[in-house]
Every structure is written in structure tokens, then in C-alpha cells.
Design a protein around this ligand. Structure first.
Ligand code: 3NM
Length: 214
């Protein structure tokens, strides 16, 4: 995919695992898609996360929902799962499998990497990533080992250096603060709980889409 196509996909990037919801994750995903999410990442991590066959089954069901609505389905970290499902992409952190290995193994699929400084960004680009995630932009309690809150500093620094690479912001993003992230130079926002725990995931997703305004 071209940079421009990836940037469009990143607009409202919904991430979720079973432990991010109180309702049925399938219902949450369906509603979020109705509201306008542009890409979905299955992230089954942390306390109470499913493993093995149960993880696979949920992933498969969520992937089918994505496929029915032409929303790309990305798997967090678990390369074997992504390959088994023939997912549209894989997202990795700095502690996971190296990006160039993921690229080799999944061929043309989308590869995303979480980065925390310009050097990690340059390495991700060299390794063949399609986009990077930068965060946490705002305080979050969803990721227990998140780094210190960095605001939009890194996003701005990268854009000031005229690096034209797809960037999505993450961490504590809501319809109220999403615009700030895009104005700093991000192509979109990644969100877990603002959508997954919303009384109406559809409404929240629609509000986020409106706030991103692209
Ligand atoms: N990664 P919420 S912050 C998965 O900083 C994740 O890299 C982060 O959840 C990072 O939208 C985060 O509920 C959690 O704050 C985002």
C-alpha cells in the first residue's frame, strides 16, 4: 500500500481485546465499525487475556466481522496467529519480533511498529514498516507498562524534520482531544477504551471520526 492509502486507514484505528470490554466484543466491534472505524487491531493482552484456541476463535470471529465490512484486520504482536488467519497486518512493539522479520514473513501485509523516538522511527522505516504508533500521548490506564506520557512532542518533532511517514497517536485519546493529535501532525488516532467501554461504541467512533476530520 502507498503512504497515502495507509494514512487514510489510520484515521480512526480501533484496538481491542476481550478484556477491554464489558459487552460482547463482537457487538462492540460491529457498533464501532458502524460508527466509522477505519482499521481494527486485535490485541489480546494483559490480565484475563484469552490464549490458545479460545484466542484463535475470538480472533477469527472478529476478523470475519471486519471482512464483512471491508475493514482491515491487524493482529498485535502474535505473528503466528496473523499468519494462521492470513490477517491484513501485524503490529509490534520494540520488545516483540523485529520488524524486518515480520515484513519477511507476512510479505505485502501491513506492518506497524510502536516507536518512542526518532531513532526507532528511522529503524522502523528501514525495516519496511508501513506506519508507526506514537504514545502515550495522554495518560492511559489501559496499558500497564506504558512509557511516560509524552503529549504530542514526538509527533511534532518528526513533522518539523519533514519526515513524511504515516503516524498514528495512541494513549488516552477521546473525541475531545483527538483533534489536537491530528493538528500536531498525526494521520489518525488509535483508541481502545474510549470506544470499547463506551455506552455507545458507534456514537464514540463517529465522534472520533468527526474530530479527526479528514
Ligand atoms: N499502547 P486507551 S498506550 C496499547 O503508548 C497502547 O504505545 C500505548 O489505550 C503506547 O486508548 C496504549 O484506552 C493503550 O488509552 C491505549
Amino acid at each position: 500500500m502507498t503512504n497515502e492509502e495507509i494514512k487514510k486507514l489510520l484515521q480512526v484505528y480501533f484496538i481491542m481485546g476481550s478484556n477491554n470490554c464489558t459487552k460482547d466484543p463482537k457487538e462492540v466491534l460491529k457498533e464501532a465499525i458502524e460508527g466509522g472505524v477505519t482499521v481494527f487491531q486485535f490485541r489480546e493482552k494483559g490480565e484475563g487475556a484469552l490464549t490458545g484456541e479460545a484466542k484463535y476463535q475470538l480472533a477469527k470471529e472478529l476478523q470475519q466481522i471486519c471482512q464483512q465490512h471491508s475493514v482491515p484486520f491487524v493482529v498485535n504482536d502474535d505473528l503466528d496467529l496473523a499468519i494462521r488467519l492470513q490477517a491484513d497486518g501485524v503490529h509490534i512493539g520494540q520488545e516483540d519480533e523485529k520488524a524486518h522479520i515480520v515484513r519477511e514473513k507476512i510479505g505485502k501485509g501491513i506492518v506497524g511498529v510502536s516507536v518512542h523516538n526518532v531513532q526507532e522511527l528511522q529503524q522502523a522505516i528501514k525495516d519496511g514498516a508501513d506506519y508507526v504508533g506514537m504514545g502515550p500521548v495522554f495518560p492511559t490506564s489501559t496499558k500497564k507498562d506504558a512509557k511516560a506520557v509524552q503529549g504530542t512532542k514526538l509527533i511534532e518533532e518528526v513533522r518539523n524534520q519533514n519526515i513524511d511517514f504515516p503516524i498514528v497517536g495512541i494513549g488516552g485519546i477521546t473525541p475531545e482531544n483527538a483533534k489536537q493529535v491530528v493538528e500536531a501532525g498525526a494521520d489518525g488516532v488509535s483508541i481502545i477504551t474510549a470506544i470499547s467501554l463506551a455506552a455507545s461504541p458507534k456514537e464514540k467512533a463517529a465522534q472520533l471520526k468527526e474530530a479527526v476530520g479528514k
